[in-house]
Design a protein around this ligand. Structure first.
Ligand SMILES: [Zn+2]
Length: 470
């Protein structure tokens, strides 16, 4: 295998070599370490927040195929001015907002088929580490506390870091323009950024050598990545919008002292628009995952995200989800028709691995899945059917789709409101009859109970099973 990824730092596709391999270990002995920036928990995750989660979920599944040990860390930002603002506006406590939003985030991402990261540290659990890093940065001359009335603010001294800007490749004027979003008269240099700031009594704060305060946003990822992955790890990921200032500042904080290499590779997913425009609440195209899940199965939303290559801008549309749903139904139909035939070798097929190893080319992987499906539909021998079914399921496994029995896919309907359509009911009855023939009565009863819960009554008679809506 040769894994190639686009590295933002080098601005090109490169052959991936883990730090362990670089140090002389074989691939079988290598441990791959990856950190991806997670959500700020103040509101429902929108579909743009879900894109990196799904993209790096597939990438993790791929890495796990290629390496025996992979550690995937994704943080939760639970101290941020956006959270403070939401608390003020809604009258809820900060703790309530972050706890509830984190829970919803977990449920929504699970519905999209994203596996949990190995570690999911919260910023507020690592404040001590952030204070310690800030002290180290001050001691080494890379940070300073603002004087006079601005005391309590600690800033990173950007000119102390000659190669600042190496990830974003922005020039000095662009860096300053970017940093102006957060202007402050006490900055020695307009590009300097906040490491620590004072908190008033009504805001979250922790005691520190600079008084009661709270960290700037960038600090947490430097501290938590080192804590869980070490000072040097393999891949740092996130959305393209994080390249500057967030990731640039993480690099500054983590590499200015000593010769720490921090992340070896940087991977960023492209921007997301919705219905052809930038998402905005006023345009009505601001899609939260939570709302979309009321309308579509999570698996279809996931596939809609994967149909575009992760580095490309993605125009996310409801039409796109419907198309993804049809594609999934095509796959599930093929699997259902050969239902009783046992799948052999459920490894991801070689042609799918090859395109995924080429900078995670998910659209090409899906094209292969359609070809396999056509072959499966045309297969006549049982052996071919088992082999092709195994290939299709193996490909689905690595993309995180086709992970449920077909009857379950076809029985999906928007939660709460409608009931199953006739086609789904027929499919479920067929599945139940098959289970009964195999004398798997637990399974057949489970399907009957599931239908009963949907208000569908079954009647088994000499001519077969009939049904009616109760
Ligand atoms: Zn981060």
């Amino acid at each position: 295998m040769t894994l190639r990824i686009h590295d933002t730092l080098r601005r090109k596709k490169v052959t991936f070599e883990s730090r362990d391999e670089e140090a002389g270990k074989s691939r079988q002995d290598s441990h791959v370490r990856m950190y991806v920036c997670g959500p700020t928990v103040y509101d429902y995750a929108h579909i743009g927040n879900a894109r990196p989660v799904v993209v790096f979920d597939v990438f993790t599944r791929l890495l796990r195929r290629l390496y025996p040990k992979v550690t995937y860390v994704r943080n939760i930002t639970d101290v941020d001015d956006k959270i403070n603002k939401a608390a003020k506006e809604t009258g809820q406590s900060i703790g309530d907002i972050t706890a509830r939003t984190t829970k919803i985030f977990h449920a929504d991402m699970a519905a999209l088929g994203a596996l949990e990261p190995d570690h999911e540290p919260c910023a507020t659990e690592h404040i001590d580490g952030m204070i310690a890093l800030t002290e180290k940065l001050i001691e080494s001359g890379h940070a300073y506390e603002a004087p006079g009335e601005a005391k309590g603010h600690v800033l990173f001294d950007v000119p102390s870091m000659p190669d600042y800007g190496r990830l974003s490749k922005l020039n000095r004027d662009e860096l300053i323009a970017g940093a102006r979003v957060d202007p402050a008269p006490y900055k020695k240099d307009p590009a300097d950024f906040i490491l620590w700031k004072p908190s008033t009594d009504d805001l979250p704060g922790w005691d520190s050598p600079w008084g009661r305060g709270r960290p700037g946003w960038h600090l947490e990822c430097s501290v938590m990545s080192e804590k869980f992955l070490g000072a040097e790890f393999d891949i740092h990921g996130g959305g393209q919008d994080l390249i500057f200032p967030h990731h640039e500042n993480e690099i500054a904080q983590s590499t200015c002292i000593g010769d720490s290499g921090f992340a070896k590779y940087w991977m960023h997913n492209g921007y997301l628009m919705a219905e052809g425009e930038k998402m905005s609440k006023s345009l009505g195209n601001f899609y939260t995952v939570h709302d979309l899940l009321d309308e579509f199965p999570g698996e279809a939303i996931r596939l809609a995200l994967l149909k575009t290559h992760y580095r490309q801008p993605l125009d996310f549309t409801k039409k796109g989800i419907r198309e993804a749903k049809q594609e999934l139904s095509r796959f599930y139909t093929a699997i259902r028709i050969v239902g009783d035939i046992e799948a052999t070798n459920m490894e991801p097929p070689e042609e799918v691995m090859i395109v995924l190893e080429d900078d995670l080319n998910t659209p090409a992987a899906l094209a292969h899945m359609h070809d396999i499906t056509s072959d499966l539909n045309n297969a006549s021998s049982g052996d071919d059917k088992s082999r092709l079914k195994g290939k299709l399921l193996g490909a689905g496994q690595i993309l995180g789709i086709l992970q449920q029995p077909p009857w379950k896919w076809f029985s999906w309907h928007p939660p709460g409101t409608e009931t199953l359509d006739d086609r789904s009911i027929e499919i479920l009855i067929a599945e139940r009859n098959k289970a009964r023939q195999r004398k798997e009565f637990t399974e057949s009863d489970r399907i009957r109970d599931q239908l009963a819960a949907e208000g569908i009554q079954l009647e088994d008679g000499p001519g077969g099973t009939t049904w009616k809506r109760g």
